[in-house]
Design a protein around this ligand. Structure first.
Ligand SMILES: NC(=O)c1ccc[n+]([C@@H]2O[C@H](COP(=O)([O-])OP(=O)(O)OC[C@H]3O[C@@H](n4cnc5c(N)ncnc54)[C@H](OP(=O)(O)O)[C@@H]3O)[C@@H](O)[C@H]2O)c1
Length: 284
């Protein structure tokens, strides 16, 4: 069997790093991305040691900076022209409103817009794969908290009071709307697109000073019920590599099975509208 190639955004920590370890162990060539070179190198050493594979590398990527996203395809092309799976994994939650280099609210900018542009820039390469390719989107059951759907008059949460978890929930809803719309647009192609909830995972999520102390404490207390990042990576690994999901597209998975999404996530008009708005925002 020929070697398979994966790109995992945010593969330097948590669920993304464990996805990288599992795929590298299975013989894949794995490119993780990291916004911080030191964290990227440290993660790479760990992934190589634990997978006993040298076929891993780190490529710089800051999803909060569209110039960095635009630079990514050339950096990848310098190492390989093959791409079998893109795992859009990186994500964050913030307590206070911050903006990306391009002026987008950061949760929406990183969790959705950065990945939207990255996927667009890598589509030709995914399409060119004669064996078929996959896009895997790490969303969350938190999307269900965005009951009213997206507010297209305020996608950047500029006008309403900023509540970090509400902004996060909307960004995770955007992940599913993006997944379903991309799957629709790629219908009949050799690319499948699926989203997932990894479970409640004891990672560094929300901890690095991104959220206020109460969130950190609540997360730490709750983390006794959380699963390990390794267990949290299982559905990502399944969607990236299992033959069981050959040809399945536009779905949402949890624990390796299709799962229900909210009614807001099934809103096809919102999905098309988000796509159009995102194209304008990232300048496609
Ligand atoms: N943990 C959970 O319980 C849970 C539940 C549902 C869904 N999820 C989702 O799972 C995914 C992974 O989260 P995790 O739990 O593994 O959290 P994590 O340990 O905090 O890892 C998040 C990753 O995203 C990267 N990242 C953050 N901002 C970035 C940016 N501007 N550009 C590029 N990369 C960036 C981080 O890089 P740095 O190391 O540089 O910060 C890190 O590699 C996220 O999409 C999250 O929404 C997590």
């Amino acid at each position: 069997m020929t070697e398979q190639v994966a790109v995992i955004t945010g593969g330097n920590a948590g669920i993304g790093k464990e996805t990288a370890v599992a795929l590298a162990r299975a013989g894949w060539r794995v490119f993780i991305t990291a916004r911080d070179p030191g964290r990227g190198t440290a993660a790479l050493e760990d992934i190589r040691a634990r997978s006993a594979s040298e076929r891993t590398a780190v490529i710089p990527l800051d999803l909060a900076d569209l110039a960095s996203v635009r630079a990514f395809p050339a950096l990848l092309a310098a190492q390989t022209d093959q791409l079998d799976v893109l795992v859009n994994n990186a994500g964050l939650v913030l307590q206070d409103r911050r903006v990306t280099s391009d002026g987008f609210e950061q949760t929406f900018g990183v969790n959705h817009l950065g990945h939207f542009l990255l996927t667009d820039l890598l589509l030709d390469r995914l399409r060119a794969n004669p064996n078929g390719s996959r896009v895997v989107v790490v969303s969350s059951h938190a999307h269900k908290m965005a009951r009213r759907g997206l507010d297209f008059d305020d996608l950047q949460t500029e006008h309403r009071r900023y509540r970090g978890f509400a902004a996060y929930s909307r960004s995770k809803l955007a992940n599913i709307l993006f997944t379903r719309e991309l799957a629709r647009r790629l219908d009949g192609s050799n690319i499948t697109v699926n989203a997932l909830h990894p479970g409640f995972v004891d990672s560094r999520f929300g901890r690095d000073g991104d959220t206020r102390r109460w969130f950190e404490v609540a997360y730490r207390v709750g983390s006794v019920m959380a699963i390990t990042p390794e267990a949290g990576a299982q559905t990502s690994v399944y969607l990236a590599s299992s033959p069981d999901v050959d040809g399945i597209t536009g779905e949402y998975f949890y624990k390796g099975r299709p799962a229900k999404v909210s009614s807001a996530a099934l809103d096809n008009v919102a999905a098309t509208r988000l796509w159009a708005a995102s194209e304008i925002l990232v300048g496609i």
